[in-house]
Design a protein around this ligand. Structure first.
Ligand code: FCB
Length: 469
């Protein structure tokens, strides 16, 4: 076990899980009346995704979910985080639901419960119905209302069996990568509109949470998943410190403050006050957005080390962090993943401790995603030796346990991901799974990390945390 024979024990009731999302694994994009989403349109646009890959087939999970649940059962996880594809439920983004769409998720949930695995459902992992994008997408306030309607439909159908609900996955990516950087669907490059999209996504979160709470069945928990990075300036020069504050606003506070503190961060006007009049914000919005959370989902993969880049005023296109005078410059000593993300396990505990300090009323946390990519491939024996992933998981889980001992309340951890899958703009080359997928044959092959995670989960519950056996 990366040189150590013990693995930390975790408190009773801590939930171990794996995570996926609909467009990345389901395939079956034109089955049973599913409508098109912005990711169908975007991935078919020339040059949008590496190698011209699309999610048309992906892991064919729509037809193979029973096999995939059997893998989870073998892993011994307590919970599975998946997302519902909005265009399967409402092909045009509004109106009466498709019974075939609801039925698929109902069967999935039942199969999970039969396997003793608790479903953790995400309502929006980026696959907005294309029809809604044509009406303005998240630039439009109306989309928040459409999202609340959709949430109420799914919750009415599944709320009797699903206890853990998250509204949005990573609104930062949906807004800034989708509407400013253009690297994600819908591929727009509009600074002011990206800020409007961010606000409307959060408004949708608040409205959806209120709608689901109003019809709650019993003991459901409602939360949201944010992707947050711990932020460190590379030096204590005023320029680097100021750049780090700008980046922290862009990546973290623009989402965590409204959701956890019911306010937008003060520094906001320094970062993008010149490019937006924020006319899309209305009285009462923050009350809805700041609605009480039962838990916070945190996705974290890497730390951010920030250096000041030349910056006089913000570029109205707000394409990337460059446009707010930020350069990410991690220490050379940190290993990089195949995504070029720096690896520093201590970043995870720094982030959690920072959250606890900034938000005194912080709800319990679930780590809803953490994991690493590789160009994993079978060797001559057909085995996949992904020691890099074992080391990543091992070190991050130890840091997580350390943060919990220091007082941060964390109720569970979901490894991204169960399966190799469609990694958005990077297509299929970047593999994040504990299970290797041969996309030609759809054969699933357990990687070394699958076996490691199975043992880690089992032994985290042992009194002495021994990892042997
Ligand atoms: C996150 C996404 C998830 C996956 C991982 C690697 O930003 O939520 O779908 O792509 O990154």
């Amino acid at each position: 076990m990366t040189g150590e024979s013990t693995f930390p024990t975790f408190p009773d009731g801590f939930r171990w899980g794996v995570a996926t999302s609909a467009y990345q694994i389901e395939g079956a994009v034109d089955v049973n009346g599913r409508g098109a989403s912005i990711w169908d349109t975007f991935s078919h646009r020339a040059g949008a995704v590496d190698n011209g890959d699309t999610g048309d087939v992906a892991c064919d999970h729509y037809h193979r979910y029973e096999e995939d649940i059997a893998l989870m059962r073998e892993l011994g996880v307590d919970s599975y985080r998946f997302s519902v594809a909005w265009p399967r439920i409402q092909p045009q983004g509004s109106g009466a639901p498709s019974s075939a769409g609801l039925d698929f998720y109902s069967r999935l949930v039942d199969e999970l419960l039969t396997a003793g695995i608790e479903p953790c459902l995400t309502l929006y992992h980026w696959d907005l119905p294309q029809r809604l994008e044509e009406a303005g997408g998240w630039r439009e306030r109306d989309t928040a209302g459409r999202f609340a309607d959709y949430a109420a439909i799914v919750h009415r159908e599944l709320g009797d069996r699903v206890r853990l609900w998250t509204t949005l996955n990573e609104p930062f990516c949906a807004a800034f990568l989708g509407y400013a950087e253009g690297r994600h669907a819908p591929g727009a490059r509009e600074g002011h509109e990206a800020l409007a999209a961010a606000h409307h996504l959060l408004l949708g979160h608040g409205a959806a949470t209120a709608a689901m709470r109003a019809q709650r069945y019993g003991d459901e928990s409602f939360g949201i998943t944010l992707n947050l990075n711990p932020v460190t300036p590379v030096s204590d020069s005023p320029e680097d410190v100021a750049a780090a504050r700008r980046y922290e606003c862009y990546q973290n506070l623009a989402f965590s403050d409204p959701v956890l503190a019911g306010s937008y961060p003060d520094i906001e006007s320094t970062v993008w006050g010149e490019i937006s009049d924020f006319s899309f914000r209305r009285g009462g919005d923050l009350e809805l957005i700041g609605t009480e959370l039962d838990f916070l989902g945190v996705n974290n993969y890497f730390p951010a080390y920030v250096r000041a880049a030349p910056f006089e005023s913000v570029d109205p296109k707000l394409r990337t962090a460059d446009d707010i005078g930020v350069e990410l410059d991690p220490p050379e000593s940190l290993r990089r993943t195949t995504m070029n993300w720096p690896v520093e396990a201590a970043g995870l505990s720094r982030l959690l401790l920072w959250l606890g300090e900034r938000y005194p009323e912080l709800p319990p946390i679930y780590i809803t995603e953490n994991g690493t990519s590789g160009f994993d491939a079978p060797d001559g024996e057909g085995e996949i030796h992904d020691g890099h992933r074992i080391e990543y998981l091992d070190t991050h889980l130890r840091e997580l346990r350390g943060a919990m001992r220091a007082g941060v309340v964390v109720h569970g951890y979901y490894c991204w991901s169960l399966l190799d899958n469609f990694e958005w703009a990077e297509g299929y080359e970047q593999r994040f799974g504990l299970v290797y997928v041969d996309f030609e044959s759809q054969r699933r092959v357990r990687k070394d990390s699958f076996d490691w995670y199975r043992r880690a989960v089992a032994h985290s519950r042992e009194p002495d945390g021994s990892l042997t056996g």
